[in-house]
Design a protein around this ligand. Sequence first.
Ligand code: NAD
Ligand code: RBV
Length: 491
Amino acid sequence: MSHRGITSTNFSIADLALAQTGRHQISLAQNEMPGLMAIRAEYAQSQPLAGARISVSLSITVQTAVLVETLVALGARVRLASCNIFSSQDEAAAALVVGSGTSESPAGISVFGWKGESSKEFWWCLDQILDWSNYPDADGNTHPGPTSIIDDGGDLIYLVHQGIEFEKSGVLHRQNSWIESEHEIVRELLAASQSKNPTRFATLVSQVIGASEETTTGIQRLEELSRKGELKFPVINVNDAVTKSKFDNKYGIRHSLVDGLNRATDVLIGGKVAFVAGYGDVGKGCAEALAGQGARVIIGEIDPICALQAAMDGYQVAQLEEVIEQLDFVITATGNIDIVRPEHFLKLKNLAILANVGHFDNEIDMHGLEALEGAQKVQIKPLVDQWTLPNGRSILVLSEGRVMNLGNATGHPSFVMSASFTNQAMAQIELAQNATNLEPRVHLIGKLADEKVARLHLPALGVSLTKLSERQAGYISVPVEGPYKPDQYRY
Ligand code: NAD
Ligand code: RBV
């Protein structure tokens, strides 16, 4: 496999010359990531990740670079690939490969990914980060694969699981999240792997102590594996830490949705009509951002509780079909499939903007759009396409229906990612210290750890926390030092 960038055995990225600008951005981001920097300080001496080999599939952003260098500062070695073909920042990748000569950033972190991968390249990159055989440690020892995994969306964990199944049966089972062509790419990859080493994945998995998963869609997929009793190792659910999903998913998208719309189109949002499909954590952040810009926001929901929340928050709640002719923006944030379909495209206003922020690219039916007879695409600029439809009208589609806040912009800002990634770092420490006591299922992060992540982010915002007295703690039956809420509390 080759691409237009720079490749060696242990990295494959767009352009090493971007390292300096990437390094400057990483240095600035560190100031906005107090949780991760506190974790570095707390564990610098004890090195809880010494000996860990972590295969990481996250968007290769400046924020991910700060996480990766935190894992290295705690003793781990890392191989990193992107979880999405459009979400890499090439300067962050270059800075990680080149390093800065400090202990957390020695030269030679292995990175495989660049902005604008093909699907085939995406899967090749995931395969590369699972292969540690040419990446000796300081003592010159090599190993077939990782000791743990960080995933965003579940593709890397699924690849490992399907690899074992394929070695046993020669069959690749249908994956709902993958389209047919992707399925074929994975099948070819596993067949090639099997012909080189028929027990590669079985050996590899025997050395994996566990994984941590970043996003809602990934957790849904892994819960399904767990329910079927097929999960081969414990997975820590980072997404459902309160300090992740109630912050990153909501406040993160509140920032990066509008960032993406502005960078892509620069169209005024105020006064326009925006439809947000899904009023979960991400949909709530999208709606607030659009309303904050002065848009009239309409929500689509299938869940009566979320629909009622949207109504009580002051939004109109409607089915897409009922309002489609009025819409200037359609944003999908459901984590579900088939939200915007061909019959919808044809009813949209001229130059309506379509964007998805859910994890996979199946919320907007792009294949249905391509298949509309006479539909024609003109690229306005990278990841902004004008589709002229058979009815003579045009629509603008951002990031080809893939996650647009990372495709058209640079994803969530550092401060909110600090909370998410502090949970990731703590999850990896938990695996290193305690994986043998964890069953192979999906595990939540404990409340005390969650509260710790929040605490680490308070000083930067000038928050002065009220102290709970012994008498008050007794009255509400909680320990003075926390946790302060029962498990069922919903925030
Ligand atoms: P969530 O489960 O909290 O919310 C999804 C909502 O969509 C739910 O309320 C559900 O009832 C609703 N829904 C499902 N099918 C629907 C349909 N057909 N029509 C209308 N509504 C429907 O999940 P979330 O945490 O908000 O995440 C949503 C998606 O965004 C996931 O794919 C997640 O992985 C992804 N995500 C993306 C980013 C990003 O940076 N772009 C950040 C976090 C999460
Ligand atoms: N996300 N990462 C970034 N700047 O690195 N921005 C968003 C970043 C993650 C977020 O945690 C979400 O759960 C996931 O992307 C969806 O793929």
